[in-house]
Ligand binder design. Sequence first.
Ligand SMILES: *Cc1c(COP(=O)(O)O)cnc(C)c1O
Length: 387
Amino acid sequence: MKIPYFRFTATGKELDYVKEVLESGWLTSSSKAAYLEESFSSYCEADYALAVNSCTSALHLALESLGIKKGSKVLVPSWTFTASAEVIEYLGAEPIFCDVNYGSCSIDAEILAEQIEKHPDLSALVLVHFGGQVAPITSKQGNGILNICRKHGVKIVNDAAHAFPASFENKKIGSFGDITCFSFYANKTITCGEGGMIVTKDSGLYKRMKLMRLHGIDRDVWERFTSKTNQSDYDIVEAGFKYNLSDINAAVALAQFEIAEDLRSKRQKIAETYMEELQSLDSLDLPEINVSHEEHSWHLFNPVLNTLSKISRDELLIKLAENGIGTSIHYKPLHRMTFYKEKYDLKKEDFPESESLWKGCFSLPIFPDLQESELEYIIDTLKEILR
Ligand SMILES: *Cc1c(COP(=O)(O)O)cnc(C)c1O
């Protein structure tokens, strides 16, 4: 058997919508992107949405609109993809890297409070909702991430690249924090190859991000002019970026958006089977789930090989590959990456939980059309290797 780590399936209206765009004669951002924005803002219970060409662009626009600049400090977990941190570098600001909780692979209230004490001048937090499980934003004791950030004036940019659709105690992702960024990259929960989305409830931030998304063109002025006689006049009020999403991409993303819940529930079933079947393996630590299964987007299924294992993680992945099973690793933590390690003199000892995760973590296939026979084969193979 040959099972890839990820396989894309288009079970919605992807081809129909792309055909509509091609036949309309207008290929860049227009009605499909606008409709996708409306769909997201209403789903997320946020007021505004902006379609962009990647989640990286979304994160860049988000931090820029919050005034992050040279001298600003932004907290980011080491346990993430480089995009979460590189956007802080784009703006000349300083990323402050922190450890995560071993079980959830996420920042929690305790880690956040400790970092704020160390860095009282923190401006913002890039909150990564790892694997599709929303981080502990609220708690019964009233000291969740949202409260702590509010109390200390720390802005929250949600990196929800893994987390659509997802929620936390009925609060939809996108409805909390200052700005939320989604990814439609090729192997994310919904995709159009390359793309992303921003949602926010703040009209000022929305206006700034909209301006910077397209070259700093003053749209209001532009629209005022184009509606009259002078069709080609517009003003540039900033050196902006080129981050808009084309209607071709938006068409695919829209079709995927419509089936997102169906795709999510298929991944949930796969995750539940993994958890039930793999719990008997003492050498595997299964992901700690702190939300209801229906609120998890299940982007990743990432067990951790613990110290009881007789073989290393790398040996395991080689054996799985020899048996035709594709896997991935999320992540090699950023404090181990040359650029960040050297620039900020990062030490492994400051990231003990990420270090334990790094030694043993791996991600198993969890794409919606993974067949039952394939799932069974993966589980049997793992059991055979690890018993
Ligand atoms: C994929 C990913 C991104 C970047 O998404 P793009 O759409 O590829 O720019 C950002 N953060 C995390 C955690 C990701 O996994």
